[in-house]
Write a protein that binds this ligand. Structure first.
Ligand SMILES: [Zn+2]
Length: 54
């Protein structure tokens, strides 16, 4: 399993624990390798600047 897939699996399990770094709202879905929040901000997991806890 690729690291990105492990990350994605973890995110799917823990989605409710995370908040969008931009607007602070909860994420609603995992789209392929991206997360989308309630405001429609999309965070690509492949980008190094993506930070789960910022
Ligand atoms: Zn947002």
């Amino acid at each position: 399993m690729k690291k990105i897939d492990q990350t994605r699996q973890w995110l799917t399990k823990n989605l409710s624990l995370l908040r969008c770094p931009k607007c602070g709202r909860a994420f609603v879905t995992v789209l392929d390798y991206s997360l989308a929040c309630q405001q429609g901000h999309v965070w690509n997991l492949n980008k190094k600047r993506f930070c789960l806890f910022s």
